[in-house]
Write a protein that binds this ligand. Structure first.
Ligand SMILES: [Zn+2]
Length: 228
């Protein structure tokens, strides 16, 4: 699932300054408050990070995500697995790498935190030029694979380029975090609330691996057992 500022840049150009929203859809507080999300449950998010993304960044990012997850009585617990060099320049290289990376027994989700290299800075300058020229933002801030919705990456480091006008590592994590719970993109959040409620109800499914926090993929497939 690519972030919507790729597929719907013009919509977000309009929307972000006007509304305070999660970037995945607009919250519907009354509906959310009327729904029962059950007990508080934690899930374990294993983190692979690049050099330059430090423990403090991980803590700050997860604090922001957990503030959002409180709505659903959920908590994401980070566990840093490894620090490594980027497996390839493009986001698709990272997703390919994650798809082949085994989901360990101690992990319910896998999150790759991308840092910022000189190559990235160069790429940002080039895409900034394209952005200024034709009004398109080509750079992807994060993505979650659609096969199991359990593995994804975000750009964890930005500096003060035009990116910060549109997004931040925290809002990217919140956005991709919704995909990690099975939500797609929608204008209004009701559908996503229902998805999270349904995912939580899978905790009572007898077919579930008791050591895995399940998910329903964006296309509606139940993932009850740890993928690969
Ligand atoms: Zn998205």
């Amino acid at each position: 699932m690519f972030s919507p500022w790729i597929s719907r840049p013009f919509f977000l150009l309009f929307a972000i300054p006007v509304f305070s929203c999660t970037t995945i859809g607009f919250h519907e507080e009354t509906i959310r408050n009327s729904m029962a999300f059950g007990e508080e449950v934690s899930f374990r998010v294993c983190v692979i990070k690049e050099k330059g993304v430090d423990e403090e960044d991980v803590t700050t990012l997860f604090q922001a995500w957990n503030e959002e997850l409180r709505y659903y009585h959920l908590k994401a617990e980070p566990k840093v697995l490894a620090e490594m060099e980027r497996p390839g320049f493009y986001g698709s290289d990272i997703l390919d790498y994650l798809l082949s990376y085994p989901m360990l027994d101690s992990c319910d989700r896998l999150l790759y935190l991308k840092g910022r290299t000189w190559g990235d800075v160069f790429f940002e300058i080039v895409t900034l030029g394209i952005f200024a020229g034709v009004g398109l933002k080509l750079e992807v801030q994060g993505a979650v694979e659609g096969k199991t919705n359990t593995k994804g990456y975000i750009k964890a480091k930005y500096i003060s380029t035009i990116q910060l006008l549109f997004t931040s590592p925290k809002s990217t994590l919140i956005h991709e975090g919704y995909h990690l719970l099975g939500c797609g993109h929608q204008l209004w959040m009701k559908e996503c609330y229902e998805r999270i409620r349904d995912v939580k109800s899978l905790l009572n499914d007898p077919k579930r691996d008791p050591n895995f926090f399940p998910v329903i993929t964006t296309s509606g497939k139940k993932i009850l057992k740890r993928p690969i």
